[in-house]
Design a protein around this ligand. Structure first.
Ligand code: MRU
Length: 367
C-alpha cells in the first residue's frame, strides 16, 4: 500500500545489498524506520520483539530466515536447526510453522548445492502469494460491504469496527481485515472505521496510521468503547484478523477480540473474520483448549510507549511501582460467535463444513 504516494510492502528483498529489509514496526506510527535483517539472530529478534508482527508477515519473514540459513550452511542439520530456532520465536500465529514446514518440504529433497537459491525463490513466492491472497480476501469482503451499503441511504457511510492491526503492516501487503476496507474505499463506497486502540501494544495506532495514509475515514477508540457503540447502532459490521483458525472455525486473535464478538452477538452486529488459508490450523478443532496463547512481558501492560510533548518516543509507567501485570497476548473466539470467515476462496460459515466446502483439498490432506 502507499505511504505518501510511494508504494511499500512491509518487507522486501534488497537485491543490491542481498539482504531482507523490513519496516521496524516498533516505532510506528511515530517514526518510519527501515532496517536490514541480516543474521539469524536478527530474524529471531525481529519476530520476538515485534519489529515485524501479524501472522502472515511473521510467516513470510521466517521463510527469508530459512533462506539465510541455507545460504550459510545448506545441510539437513542446519535446516532442522533453523526450523527449531525460528519456530520458537512466537507460539500463537500458525503461519510461522506453516511457512517453515513448507520451506523444509520443498528444500529437503533438493541437492545441497541448489538449496540456497531455491530457499530465496521460495521466500519471494510465499510473499507474493500472500499479496495475491489478501487481494482476493479484499474482493470477497467487498461484496459483504456492498450489501450493507445498498441498504443505506445514498451517501451514508458503512460503519466498520476492527481490533488490532490486521492491516498491510501485518501481512506483506493489503492486510486481511483491512483489505475489504481498502477495496470498498477504492470502489467509492463511503466508509468509516472504528479502530480499537488494542492495549497493551496499541496496534490500533498502526491501523489508524495505515488507514490515514490511504485516506480511509476512521476514529480511534478505547478498547472498551465498542460495546457501547454497538448498543447505539453505530457499528454495521465487525471485521478482525486471526492468528490461528481451527478446522471447526474457532478464531484466535489479539486479546480482546472475544469481548468484541460477545458484544456483537448481543447487539445483532455481524462479526466477520478475514483470513488467508495458511492461517488455518487443520490439526486442531477446539481453539480454547488447544491453541497456545503467548504470554508476553508484563511491562507491556504496566508501561505505555508513545511520543512525548517534546516529540521524543518514550515509555511511561501507568501503574504504581511494584504492581504485578499479566499479559496474555491473544484470546479465542468460539466459532458460534463468528458470522462468517472471509478467505481468498470466498466467504464461508465458521464451521468445519464451511471451511471444508472452500478448502476440500486442505481438509482432506489433514485427515
Ligand atoms: O501480536 P501481533 O501484533 O502480531 O498480533 C497480530 C494480530 O493479532 C492480527 O490481528 C493477526 O495476526 C491477523 S494479521 C493479518
Amino acid at each position: 500500500m502507499k505511504i505518501d504516494g510511494t508504494h511499500y510492502r512491509s518487507l522486501w528483498w534488497n537485491s543490491d545489498k542481498d539482504v531482507l529489509e523490513i519496516i521496524d514496526q516498533r516505532w510506528l506510527p511515530h517514526d518510519f524506520r527501515v532496517i536490514p535483517v541480516a543474521t539469524m539472530q536478527d530474524f529471531a529478534n525481529a519476530i520476538t520483539q515485534m519489529r515485524v508482527r501479524g501472522a502472515p508477515l511473521i510467516g513470510a519473514t521466517a521463510a527469508y530466515g530459512m533462506a539465510l540459513a541455507m545460504a550459510e550452511d545448506a545441510s539437513d542439520a542446519n535446516m532442522d536447526a533453523a526450523w527449531t530456532f525460528l519456530e520458537k520465536t512466537r507460539p500463537t500465529a500458525i503461519n510461522l510453522r506453516w511457512a517453515l514446514d513448507r520451506c523444509r518440504a520443498v528444500l529437503r529433497p533438493l541437492p545441497q548445492a541448489d538449496r540456497s537459491a531455491a530457499a530465496l525463490a521460495l521466500a519471494h513466492e510465499i510473499s507474493d502469494e500472500d499479496v495475491e491472497i489478501n487481494r482476493r480476501i479484499g474482493e470477497n469482503g467487498l461484496a459483504l460491504i456492498r450489501e450493507i451499503a445498498a441498504k443505506k441511504p445514498a451517501g451514508d457511510a458503512v460503519r466498520l469496527l476492527t481490533h488490532c492491526n490486521a492491516g498491510w503492516l501485518a501481512t506483506v501487503d493489503w492486510g486481511t481485515a483491512t483489505s475489504p476496507m481498502y477495496h470498498a474505499h477504492d470502489a467509492g463506497i463511503p466508509l468509516h472505521v472504528w479502530v480499537d486502540e488494542t492495549r497493551p501494544r496499541n496496534q490500533g495506532a498502526l491501523t489508524a496510521w495505515e488507514l490515514g495514509k490511504h485516506g480511509v475515514q476512521h476514529t480511534y477508540i478505547t478498547d472498551n468503547a465498542g460495546g457501547h457503540l454497538m448498543q447505539h447502532g453505530m457499528v454495521d459490521m465487525v471485521i478482525t484478523g486471526t492468528d490461528r483458525t481451527t478446522r471447526q472455525g474457532d478464531v484466535c486473535n489479539k486479546i480482546g477480540t472475544y469481548l468484541k464478538a460477545l458484544a456483537a452477538r448481543d447487539n445483532g452486529v455481524p462479526f466477520y473474520v478475514a483470513l488467508p488459508s495458511p492461517t488455518i490450523d487443520w490439526t486442531v478443532r477446539d481453539g480454547v483448549a488447544e491453541i497456545p496463547i503467548e504470554e508476553r512481558d508484563a511491562q507491556e501492560v504496566t508501561h505505555v510507549l508513545g511520543v512525548t510533548e517534546s516529540c521524543e518516543i518514550g515509555s511511561v509507567q501507568v501503574t504504581p511501582n511494584g504492581t504485578v501485570g499479566s499479559n496474555p497476548a491473544f484470546d479465542v473466539t468460539p466459532h458460534r460467535l463468528v458470522t462468517g470467515l472471509i478467505t481468498e476462496r470466498g466467504v464461508c460459515d465458521a464451521s468445519e463444513a464451511g471451511l471444508a466446502s472452500l478448502f476440500p483439498d486442505f481438509a482432506k490432506a489433514a485427515e
